[in-house]
Write a protein that binds this ligand. Structure first.
Ligand code: PEP
Ligand code: MN
Length: 341
């Protein structure tokens, strides 16, 4: 971290600043330029509040030179992380996976949808048993019964399941049932108690970007999980809230290569929540694949108009099958080694 000191600062004031920093256990390195003086702060500067430092009268601005996320940082872990999602399914480091299924688990139709999704090429089954709904009066999910249905379908089709956990008190239940991947939804992306609790397990976590979360906030949320000991984190770009109203969210395709640059963790794109409308989901899925995502999460329903949640953005199994064929082609194009041709 560096602090740029105002030109008007006296030697005495600069001395006080250095003392303040060193009193907190850091080393300093002062470089006196013609126009400005820069104080380099050496040590684990994640402990320093940059805003507090910036509020000091002689400090012009403060800049971090190293990111506050360490365990999620590619600088300290250059190779891609490969997450073992169970049932022999690996994600990341060249292993591309597609998770598909309904927004909510609704009953017996789950197995039917899962079969069709698998036939089309899905390698993981998604479905919410606990639903974070904007209205407390909307369907809240089937709860434990929903988990049972997911695990039955998972066993029958030999596919890992990914399902959302909303409450830290449910971690034990999810572990008992043998949920393969726990999803942390956008609304809980900064629920630090929940992040820490799933961090104490070794179950893979699909961590979604917050509704208005920055890339750094997503990485710091991952850091919360990893700092508790769980290295199996999958990042998910699912669209962010912007001024645009024509789509449910704005798909930040940029975030995919940015996250892959900054972090070694696998990155998945969710074109369903990113767009909110069936007619746009496939285009966004292709964009995410082309942008280098390690996987996709797509909502699929056999009868979208009857879905209990998010029917407006569900692909039918036929639409999903068509999308999968094109996704495979795009994936081939972006991973091809053209030197060999
Ligand atoms: C979901 O996956 O159904 C969901 C609620 O996603 P998000 O948290 O991204 O809105
Ligand atoms: Mn949904």
């Amino acid at each position: 971290m560096i602090a740029v000191v105002k030109q008007a600062a006296t030697k005495e004031q600069l001395g006080h600043l250095i003392e303040w920093i060193e009193d907190r256990g850091f080393k300093t390195h002062v470089s006196q330029g013609d126009n400005e003086t820069i104080v380099g702060i050496i040590g684990d500067t994640t402990q320093i509040d940059p805003f507090l430092l910036e509020s000091m009268s002689i400090v012009e601005r403060v800049q971090r030179v190293s990111e506050p996320f360490k365990k999620a940082n590619r600088k300290f872990h250059p190779e891609d992380t490969v997450v073992d999602c169970g049932h022999g399914v690996l994600l990341g480091g060249g292993h591309f996976q597609v998770m598909a299924g309904p927004c909510s688990v609704e009953g017996k139709n789950l197995l039917h949808i899962a079969r069709l999704a698998k036939k089309a090429g899905a390698t993981m089954l998604r479905g919410g048993a606990y639903k974070p709904r904007t209205s407390p009066y909307a369907f809240q999910g089937m709860g434990p019964q929903g988990l049972d249905l997911l695990l039955e379908a998972s066993a029958e089709l030999d596919m890992p399941v990914v399902t959302e956990i909303m409450d830290p008190r449910d971690v034990e239940l999810f572990l008992d049932r043998g949920v393969d991947v726990m999803q942390i939804g956008a609304r809980n992306a900064q629920n630090f108690t929940l992040l820490k609790e799933v961090g104490k397990t070794c179950v893979p976590v699909l961590l979604k970007r917050g509704l208005a979360g920055t890339i750094d906030e997503l990485l710091m949320a991952a850091e919360y999980i990893m700092s508790e000991g769980n290295p199996n984190v999958i990042l998910c770009e699912r669209g962010i809230r912007t001024f645009e109203t024509r789509t449910r969210n704005t798909f930040d395709v940029n975030a995919i290569p940015v996250l892959k640059h900054l972090s070694h963790l696998p990155v998945v794109g969710d074109p369903s929540h990113a767009t909110g409308y069936t007619r746009y989901v496939r285009s966004a899925a292709y964009a995410a694949t082309a942008a280098g995502a390690d996987g996709l999460e797509i909502e699929v329903h056999d009868e979208p108009s009857a879905a209990w949640s998010d029917g407006a953005q569900a692909l039918t199994p036929e639409q999903f099958a068509d999308a999968m064929r094109r996704i495979r082609l795009i994936r081939k194009a972006v991973t091809a080694n053209l030197d060999e041709e």
